[in-house]
Design a protein around this ligand. Structure first.
Ligand code: KIV
Ligand code: ZN
Length: 385
């Protein structure tokens, strides 16, 4: 089965989420958990961006041993030198350099001609390789770049020593079909592409980051970049927990494996949410509060008979103890009876019916009925025994 490397950028692109600012200890604690989760590479930060980030990246590079640690740099010698100082004590120091290749970015942001962009990319990758054994080069805004320009620059950057080529969908613009086609195009046309690994990095502006990442691996990507809980710049990055679970559940369609330990997902998600202050939406796939909750009577009845009726993921797979049958106005008698038995009540059938009717009346006034509400109903019913 083909192996996919997981490149986590929670501590860099994830930290670029508006309003998020992690201190060194928080970054270190998340890094340790990412190591337990089994990511292959973690991007610990952008060392040239601040003294605090430099120190955090250095601390992570020194203490994380089972995961390769990398840091981001612009295509500037100063950034590369600072990144080297932060990363040189890592077991396998890596650098991630980016430079934009789309006409929009080259004209308006870089104010460079395409030839100047090629020259800068080649010079900076060669310079980085005088220090780092592994250098990833990202063609920023690749999905809005001219494909033949990408072929040209990628060939030269590989000759200059890049070991990983990343094709980011920087603004979350592409669709799965187009992104897959981009990977096919590059794989078929760049003559020296077999010397490097090819990486996907997707943003979620149109809600397609995970789907795009899956399309990339079907078309030649061997590394996928993303963040925990999908946090990141604007609408965020591909959510790694969703990508990993999709591979696990749909082996029929995606026969790829990773080194991730899926049962660490919940703990990792909780930690990232706590330190970033970014709450996980209740309906978020895989880790949201409602991802394993069932409210309707028909679903609850099905799940009580056999969980696979309405659950494609077992909660235990991702480190969640159990599913949750929420009692609300759509709930049925089967789930209600199951719940009161769990609360320790064994009632004759007619009393269950009576309690169920009282519960149903309450659901017209309350969205979710709590255990305390149930106790009140059950005490009333018992007093009438
Ligand atoms: O989205 C992006 O283009 C990036 C680059 C720095 C790789 O995050
Ligand atoms: Zn990004």
């Amino acid at each position: 089965m083909s192996q996919i490397s997981i490149f986590d950028t929670t501590l860099r692109d994830g930290e670029q989420s508006p309003g998020v600012n992690l201190n060194q200890l928080e970054k270190l604690e998340i890094a340790k958990q990412l190591e337990r989760f089994g990511v292959d590479i973690m991007e610990a930060g952008f060392p040239a961006s601040s003294k605090g980030d430099f120190e955090a990246v250095r601390a992570i590079a020194r203490s994380v041993k089972n995961t390769s640690v990398t840091g981001l740099a612009r295509a500037k010698k100063k950034d590369i030198d600072i990144a080297w100082d932060a990363l040189k004590d890592a077991d396998e120091p890596r650098l991630h350099i980016f430079l934009a290749t789309s006409p929009i970015h080259m004209t308006h942001k870089l104010k460079k001609t395409p030839e100047e962009v090629i020259q800068t990319a080649v010079e900076m990758v060669s310079y980085a390789r005088t220090k780092f054994p592994q250098v990833e080069w990202s063609a920023e805004d690749a999905t809005r770049s001219d494909k033949d320009f990408l072929v040209k620059i990628i060939e030269k950057v590989i000759d200059a020593g890049a070991t990983v080529i990343n094709l980011p969908d920087t603004v979350g613009y592409t669709t799965p079909e187009e992104y897959g086609e981009l990977f096919r195009y590059i794989t078929n046309r760049v003559p020296n592409i077999n010397k490097v690994s090819l990486s996907a990095h997707c943003h979620d502006d149109l809600g397609m980051a995970v789907a795009n990442s899956l399309a990339a691996i079907e078309n030649g990507a061997t590394q996928v970049e993303g963040t925990i809980n999908g946090i990141g710049e604007r609408a965020g990055n591909a959510a790694l927990e969703e990508f990993a679970v999709a591979l696990n559940i749909r082996q029929d369609k995606y026969p790829y494996q990773t080194n991730l330990t899926l049962k660490e997902i919940k703990r990792t998600s909780d930690l990232v949410s706590k330190f970033t202050g970014m709450a996980v939406p209740a309906n978020k796939a895989v880790v949201g509060r409602n991802a394993f909750a069932h409210e309707s009577g028909i679903h609850q009845d099905g799940v009580l008979k056999n969980a696979s009726t309405y659950e494609i993921i077992t909660p235990g797979l991702v480190g969640i103890k159990s599913n949750n049958l929420v009692l609300g106005k759509h709930s049925g008698r089967h789930a209600f009876k199951d719940k009161i038995e769990h609360l320790g009540y064994q009632l004759p059938e007619e009393k269950v019916t009576e309690a169920f009717q009282a519960f149903k009346l309450l659901t017209d006034r309350k969205k979710e009925v709590t255990d305390d509400d149930l106790f009140t109903i059950l005490v009333d019913i018992q007093t009438n025994l």
